[in-house]
Design a protein around this ligand. Sequence first.
Ligand SMILES: C[S@@+](CC[C@H](N)C(=O)[O-])C[C@H]1O[C@@H](n2cnc3c(N)ncnc32)[C@H](O)[C@@H]1O
Length: 371
Amino acid sequence: MPRMTGGEDEHSYTRNSQVQARSIDLFMKALLEDEISKLAVLKGQSIIKVADLGCSTGDNTLRYAQLIWESIHKHHGGGGGVEVHYFFSDLPTNDFNTLFQQVQGWESKMGTMSSSTKLYPAAAPGSFYKRLFPCGSVHIVLSTWSLQILSQVPEAVMDKTSTSYNKHRAHIPRGSPEAVVKAYGEQAKKNLHEFILCRAHEVVSGGLVVLLLVGREDERHPDNQWGKDLEVGTPFGSIFENTWKALVLEGTISEELWNSFNFQIYARSLEEVKVAVEATNLFHIKELQQHEQSFLDYEEEKKVLADPEAFAQFYISFVGGVMHSNIANHIGYENIDKFFQRLAQTAREAIEQKLITKLAMTMNLVVLIRT
Ligand SMILES: C[S@@+](CC[C@H](N)C(=O)[O-])C[C@H]1O[C@@H](n2cnc3c(N)ncnc32)[C@H](O)[C@@H]1O
């Protein structure tokens, strides 16, 4: 099971999620406030139920909660008395202990708003590909940077006897065998269908679902998951692949371990999302947008791409936040420092060879209303 790195230390998601945080200021803040202000189903409600699916831990989680809470207070709080039941939802392996300690500190800083529009934080552990809430009980669902993570690596991809066996690769870089790419696409399709059906049961009629997920610009070629630059520089690109190869060649990691590590991740095109939603006929699509989201401010990006060491530090922080514990569990904690040292070296080399010219990811932003 994938999980972000818990706790609050140097590898934690809490301290290494600035790329994901940028989405909040770039487009999520304005969009969420606007959608909530117009959400007719909230009028006259005394209890409003909100769920953040794939919430993880840290500032992003709390900033989304604050944003939604403030928007409800401002546009639907009226004379007070509205209560917000806010569900932080993630896999049971998420570090909920750290999260709820963070929630406690944050809530006490929220001042007067917390006395007129009371927020009740709760945990809803479980996979968002399954049912999490009772029928027709949730008014607002949010999920950011999470739905690109599949429920599992497609089985055939790990099966040595299958034509879809993904030997010597952890994902589907351009030119991967068609059968492997297809297996990933089918898993992604099945998962999105499951997600939409579950939410259709749980969300009240007129309720809001806002999804921000890693997407793919290239509609026609699913093996072109990230585009030219990120094919090298995403946490799933060739820097990562070459690191495994080097560690196998020097004997630190067995070939078997290399072959048995695959990412359960898939960047969908906007069309794939649209088709999945329309197939159920249970949601009205209000917005379907694609954004190219830069990882850093323009000046910072220029600096990082001109300085191999700065890029290496940025890159291992990004990878560490989302995968340190997954990789460590797979190759053993005794090998994890070596892995990250080699990752940093490979990242430096990629900049020296000028293989990356920009750092931006395609994001799909989807706004749905339950019919
Ligand atoms: C990159 S983090 C995103 C965190 C946060 N929403 C943000 O925008 O920074 C992805 C989160 O999705 C969670 N996740 C992955 N698969 C999941 C699933 N099937 N059900 C629920 N959560 C899942 C992970 O555990 C992780 O916390």
